[in-house]
Ligand binder design. Structure first.
Ligand SMILES: [Zn+2]
Length: 155
């Protein structure tokens, strides 16, 4: 067993645990290895809570992507991801594969994705969700949000 030293940045933010085997989520994004997953403590609690709730209702893992870079440095192509309170999450796929899917594709699982978004709303202080599948209640469409939804939290 390899013990990973938990990385902490100048804000005191830790990197999301890099998806241990029994976790209800997997990680993706750039840079790899969690380099873009420095999370505010409010975000960390929310993700781990949602993960627990999700595991109780579904055996598939959901994908956690970019949050913020160490020290809140500017994030090329992810300009809003500075505070550690914003996260990109992949929609669920019917086959459970741990890869991207667009909401307009056949492999996309709307029902499961709607459940996951509802868990965030129930168990985390959600400010808004950007996602282009507007069949899901209370999401706001935004360019390029076809293969992930973006959750913004309060502290
Ligand atoms: Zn985003």
């Amino acid at each position: 067993m390899v013990l990973e030293v938990q990385r902490k940045d100048s804000r005191g933010y830790f990197v999301v645990p890099q998806a241990p085997e029994d976790a209800g989520y997997y990680v993706y994004g750039t840079p790899p290895g969690g380099g873009g997953q420095f999370a505010h403590s409010s975000m960390m609690s929310a993700l781990l809570r949602v993960e627990r709730e999700w595991q109780a209702i579904d055996h598939r893992k959901f994908g956690i992507g970019n949050i913020s870079l160490a020290d809140g440095l500017p994030y090329p192509k992810h300009s809003t991801h500075l505070s550690g309170l914003e996260v990109d999450i992949r929609p669920l796929r019917k086959d459970g594969a741990e890869v991207a899917v667009r909401w307009s594709q056949a492999g996309y699982d709307r029902e499961a994705t709607a459940k996951l978004i509802a868990l965030f709303r129930t168990f985390a202080p959600v400010v808004l969700v950007y996602f282009n599948d507007i069949n899901i209640p209370n999401v706001s469409p935004l360019a390029k949000h076809d293969d992930h939804f973006h959750v913004k939290l309060r502290t």
